[in-house]
Design a protein around this ligand. Structure first.
Ligand code: PLP
Length: 412
């Protein structure tokens, strides 16, 4: 397949998308919050519970072995999906938030001291903001922010001045969940490395929409969530370079992560298990593995082309509408469009759209500092995935037009 995917063919593989909402065929435009799940992912989870369910790494019985194989097999798939050197560099987490917290609580607290700097950006999701605020407070390090241009894209010249020899960590989003802009990740990683700092990429929005190659990016850490890429909720991953993970202390302790335990002390298993205390999210990992198979068969390059095309189409159509403001750069975008309609509160816009079966998100999108920078309290956001097509965006625009007329009359 090339160019636009056959979204209608793909849509038929998603049971949830076959319904009507408020008397209209559902148009789901909230995949940046969570994507829908194809039948084969749902069935993989069900099959696991019906045939293989047991705890992992413990039982010698057949089900225990099958469950362990399924769980570790999923880890191999994740490693291949982002081109990690080995599956031992993949830690299963609850999602992006837990992955970033692991690095902020373990790595950052071990290496940072007063006078050191942690560099993030003002456009981050709270998940890639608050863990660093906390790490800075705990260690006495200084939190700094990369400069951004007027359209929200990173100012690379400014970044070179913000990242200094005192910088220990640079953490930034690969693809903004508000602005829809793909950031120059490789360049920022190189800038971090040039001063001896480590780089973490928040890949929550990029892993579903871009072909990610952690070796090519050369990032030290990459965090992402399964539920945004057709997988189940409650599962995600932290990639870390082996030599860094090996030096990191776990942040959670208990079963599954130990080597030797006596009454007063314990030693840890090797990576990645040292970071996976307790019974892991086994069925979630199996579902994520099935989602990766699904995305890989379609081809991430095809998905990327499709999503970029849809984002450009949405940007053009929405910004051509009188009274609609679309946020973020006009090019280099993918997967979403964040907008406001005149002075109408985005919650009201989303409610009117929902009445026509069009699901968009409204709010601060877990990016309150970015909302303040945009000088708004909230926005609406339409986000797209491989099961959407231009007809879905046409439905959005038509419903928005009716909302505009409705509120125009209501206000006027
Ligand atoms: N980072 C970005 C850019 C996001 O968009 C999100 C979720 O919307 C997250 C982090 C947090 O992801 P999760 O809630 O799956 O941990």
């Amino acid at each position: 397949m090339s160019g636009l995917l056959s979204a209608s063919e793909l849509k038929s593989q998603f049971p949830i998308l076959q319904q009507e909402v408020n008397g209209h065929p559902l148009v789901y435009l909230d995949s940046a919050a969570t994507s829908q799940k194809p039948r084969r992912v749902i069935e993989a989870v069900q099959r696991y519970y019906e045939r293989d369910n047991a705890n992992v790494h413990r039982g010698v019985h057949t089900l225990g072995t099958r469950a362990t194989d399924a769980y570790e097999g999923a880890r191999e798939k994740v490693a291949r999906f982002i081109n990690a050197r080995s599956a031992s560099e993949i830690i299963f987490t609850r999602g992006t938030t837990t992955a970033i917290n692991t690095v902020a609580s373990s790595y950052a607290r071990a290496v940072c001291k007063p006078g050191d700097e942690i560099v993030i950006s003002p456009i981050e999701h709270h998940a890639n903001l608050i863990p660093w605020q906390q790490a800075a407070k705990a260690t006495g390090a200084t939190l700094k922010h990369l400069p951004v241009n007027d359209d929200g894209s990173f100012d690379l010249e400014g970044a070179a001045k913000t990242i200094t020899p005192n910088t220990k960590i640079v953490a930034f989003t690969h693809l903004s969940n508000v602005l829809g802009v793909v950031n120059p990740a490789k360049e920022l990683v190189a800038m971090a490395h040039a001063v001896g700092a480590k780089a973490l990429i928040d890949g929550a929005q990029s892993a579903p929409h871009l072909k990610v190659d952690v070796q090519e990016l050369d990032c030290d850490f990459f965090a992402f969530s399964g539920h945004k890429m057709c997988g189940p909720t409650g599962i995600g991953a932290l990639y870390g370079k082996r030599e860094i993970l090996e030096k990191m202390e776990p942040i959670e302790f208990g079963g599954e992560m130990i080597d030797f335990v006596d009454l007063f002390d314990a030693t840890w298993k090797e990576i990645p298990w040292r970071f996976e205390a307790g019974t892991p999210i086994i069925a979630g990992a199996v579902g994520l593995g099935a989602a990766i198979d699904f995305l890989t068969e379609i081809g991430m390059a095809n998905i990327e082309a499709h999503d970029r095309k849809l984002a450009a189409y949405a940007y053009d159509r929405l910004s051509a509408m009188d009274g609609v403001t679309v946020y973020g750069p006009s090019s280099g975008r993918t997967s979403l469009a964040t907008f406001n309609l005149d002075d109408v509160h985005p919650h009201d816009v989303a409610t009117v759209l929902d009445a026509e079966g069009v699901a968009v998100r409204a709010g601060h999108h877990c990016a309150q500092p970015l909302m303040r920078w945009l000088q708004v309290t909230a926005t609406a956001r339409a986000s797209f995935y491989l099961y959407n097509d231009e007809a879905d965006i046409d439905r959005l625009v038509a419903s928005l037009q009716r909302a505009k007329e409705y509120f125009g009359h209501a206000i006027g």
